[in-house]
Ligand binder design. Structure first.
Ligand code: SF4
Ligand code: ZN
Length: 720
């Protein structure tokens, strides 16, 4: 039997041999100067950066660093001469594993040099920086409790499907490599990044993309510096709860990669009993593949909170990104055509029968398949500690809760909603009352500190809905008026949020009425509710009594709170400036803004925008300038809704600094931004003065556009 060490060394050498063959072929075809073109990342070849601290930009540079990659992989002959026969150490195994990852990255880089899209569907290949960032919030909230990399094929198609769906229903993010992808296709499993099942590639070297993904998470959220291997290992072990499932037979080349995974703190679970060795907590043999999930979760100490909901389909945050297409739709609730809405209201306890779910009107099986129907949902709650300020917070959760249902898609809120149930869910028995079951169970379990009783009413009678919607509208208006009256000056306290510290240990958001958290998911009201629901939780009260500078937004007590929450790594933040002590960024920001020196303004770009900006950088590149809880004057991550705030860069002149935004972002925030600009500067239709990708993607064209249109930035003092 071959020693496990030797299997890992042979495997890593095998990977290297393939890389050594691919690279000269690519160079012969494209030349040494051909750029390395991993799409939508600012980290080039992230694994080379991580281990070698080298920014590789061309195939020629990759060739030059190849000997260094080789030096990481244990070579028996070369080494025995040097060490006179001393046995290899564990460190040699780990380094060889990382060598295998770099060699795999060489193979993948050659593919991407030759073609912009080397992976045909269903394969995903490289993961973008935006995808890394998108996972920030679900990871910190525990919506994604961990990651599994499954290297297949499983013994049967059915077993493959069972395992994948088993992980998905537990909200574990799934990466697939190899034959298991074909099995998933044959079993009709919906795959893709949004549903958290990513079929990476058919060959083991596609693992380079997963390792790159993890290493970028460490750089983006943890501010780990390229080349600092100890910190990377520490970060991945403590902050990223990943593990590997490798099906029998496990080839040497997979063992080589497994060595790297184990070095990162990711245990490998396998049913291969031949030529395999147990290593406590790291290499676990589980002959019964049906127990893979349990053994895996145990190995990384992942505890899944299960809420049993009485519905005929699965329920998991993994289904949040699921899309229901027109042809698959059984019923389509569409508020643009009919009176549809959702509404949370407080009632006296005596008027609520706990867990009552009432359907008023016909059920969804009374309509023809594909019908557009009217539907309204009213969630009524009672509780001693309930406050009307919590109603909108709970109401916005309806979007998430209904989206977690397999086969259901939900968008929007209030009376601007779209809700679709697909045919599979319908055929499995899903009916209107199941919306109520989900909302009842989730509201009661998540907000048990304030909701003592809850009942749900679902109405499908158009005349009734018309009346109820008008009633709901009055409440929405009252709430909006309350929101409008909330300013940083009108409240006594702010809140901090440290949820992201589980990934970004030094990061703190200060959340105020006019500045929501940079993830876009935590408003002042949300933070207030979080604090009152869980006084020792992630959101703490920050007083604001000792003002230092109102214009920059500096308070002594805010600074003290930030110092404490960041464990001393931050001394001072300003709430209204991006030039002086700006707020830190964790990495999951919705937008990034950066100063544009030619026009003296700022460029804002949202995560969804993949094109170029006039700064000569894409979102990913700008985003890589800040993060990991560090202050970076001139660059700042923020939420989309902050753009229209009168406190946006107030110290530097306010939103008048904004000179460029992608069109889609303008459309999204335009109405509110125009209103603020009108009130602040008396300018009508301000967004028309802001450039977008249709008029400029470089500073010259941008300056030309602004010069001709009287943009207010031209009257502002120089930024520096
Ligand atoms: Fe993270 Fe800030 Fe959002 Fe809290 S408010 S979840 S710390 S980004
Ligand atoms: Zn974050």
């Amino acid at each position: 039997m071959k020693l496990l060490f030797n299997r890992a060394f042979d495997g890593a050498n095998e990977m290297y041999a393939i890389a050594e063959k691919c690279l000269p072929q690519a160079i012969q075809e494209l030349g040494e100067a051909a750029p390395i073109a991993m799409p939508n990342t600012a980290y080039n070849l992230a694994n080379h950066s991580t281990y070698l601290n080298k920014k590789i930009t061309t195939l020629g540079e990759l060739r030059q660093s190849l000997p260094e990659v080789k030096s990481w992989i244990y070579d028996e002959q070369a080494r025995s001469a040097e060490t006179q026969g001393t046995a290899p150490r564990l460190e040699d195994v780990f380094k060889s594993g990382f060598g295998a990852f770099m060699a795999a990255e060489v193979i993948e880089a050659c593919k991407y040099a030759k073609s912009a899209e080397p992976y045909p569907a269903p394969y995903h290949g490289h993961l973008s920086d935006a995808e890394v960032r998108e996972l920030g919030v679900p990871l910190v909230t525990g919506d994604i409790p961990g990651f599994v990399v499954i290297i297949g094929p499983a013994p049967s198609d059915e077993e493959a499907a069972e395992l994948i769906k088993g992980y998905q229903s537990r909200a574990i993010f799934v990466f697939l490599i190899g034959g298991i992808i074909d099995q998933a296709v044959r079993m009709n499993i919906g795959m893709g990044f949004p549903v958290r099942i990513v079929p990476v590639g058919p060959d083991i070297w596609s693992v380079a993309h997963i390792i790159s993904f993890v290493n970028r998470a460490a750089m983006i959220f943890g501010n780990v510096q390229p080349g600092d291997r100890d910190e990377f290992d520490h970060y991945t072990f403590h902050r990223i709860r990943a593990f590997v499932n490798a099906f029998d037979p496990v080839a040497d080349i997979v063992v080589g990669c497994g060595a790297g995974a184990i070095a990162m703190g990711f245990p490998v679970i396998t049913n291969d009993v031949k030529d395999m060795w147990k290593v406590p907590k790291s290499l676990i043999i589980q002959e019964n593949t049906k127990d893979f999930i349990e053994t895996s979760l145990e190995s990384r100490d992942i505890k899944i909170k299960v809420t049993n909901i009485d519905i005929p389909v699965a329920f998991s945050s993994a289904f949040e990104g699921e899309i229901v297409r027109r042809n698959d739709t059984q019923v389509d609730v569409d508020s643009t055509k009919m009176d549809c809405f959702e509404w949370v209201r407080t009632k006296p306890a005596a008027e609520i029968e706990d867990h009552s779910i009432e359907l008023i009107g016909p059920d969804i099986d009374s309509f023809e398949p594909g019908s557009r129907i009217a539907l309204g949902i009213i969630v009524e709650v009672a509780g001693k500690n309930m406050q009307s300020d919590f109603e909108p917070v709970f109401e916005r959760k309806i979007h998430h809760f209904l989206n977690f249902i397999e086969g259901v898609m939900h968008t929007g809120q209030r009376d601007l909603i779209r809700l679709r149930v697909n045919k599979n869910a319908f055929n499995a028995g899903f009916r209107a009352r199941h919306f109520g079951e989900v909302l009842y169970t989730k509201m009661k379990s998540e907000y048990d500190a304030v909701i003592d009783k809850c009942q749900v009413k679902i109405c499908t009678i158009p005349e009734e809905l018309k009346k109820l919607r008008a009633e709901a509208n009055k409440v929405y208006e009252t709430r909006d008026a309350r929101l409008m009256s909330l300013t940083d000056e009108s409240v006594d306290v702010f809140y901090n949020c440290i949820l992201c510290q589980s990934f970004s240990p030094a990061h703190v958001c200060v959340v105020t009425p006019e500045r929501l958290g940079l993830c876009g998911a935590v408003s002042w009201l949300d933070a207030k509710a979080t604090n009152e629901l869980d006084p020792n939780g992630p959101c703490q009260i920050v007083t604001k009594q000792r003002v230092v500078d109102e214009n920059l937004g500096i308070w002594e007590d805010v600074n003290e709170a930030v110092q404490k929450a960041s464990h001393g790594s931050l001394q001072q933040v300003t709430l209204y400036s991006i030039m002086q002590d700006p707020m830190t960024s964790c990495g999951c920001f919705e937008c990034i803004c950066g100063i544009e020196p030619v026009t003296n303004g700022v460029v804002i770009v949202n995560r969804e925008h993949t094109g170029m900006t006039p700064l000569g950088m894409t979102f990913s590149e700008m985003a890589s300038m800040t993060g990991g809880g560090v202050q970076t004057p001139g660059f700042m991550g923020h939420g989309k809704q902050f753009i229209s705030s009168k406190k946006f860069m107030k110290a530097e002149g306010g939103p008048a600094r904004i000179v460029w935004m992608p069109r889609a972002l303008k459309d999204l925030v335009g109405k509110k931004l125009n209103k603020s600009a009108k009130e602040l500067y008396g300018i009508e239709d301000f967004t028309a003065l802001i450039a977008d990708e249709s008029v400029a993607e470089d500073p010259e064209k941008l300056a030309e556009y602004l010069g001709g249109n009287g943009h207010p930035v031209q009257n502002l003092a120089p930024l520096f």
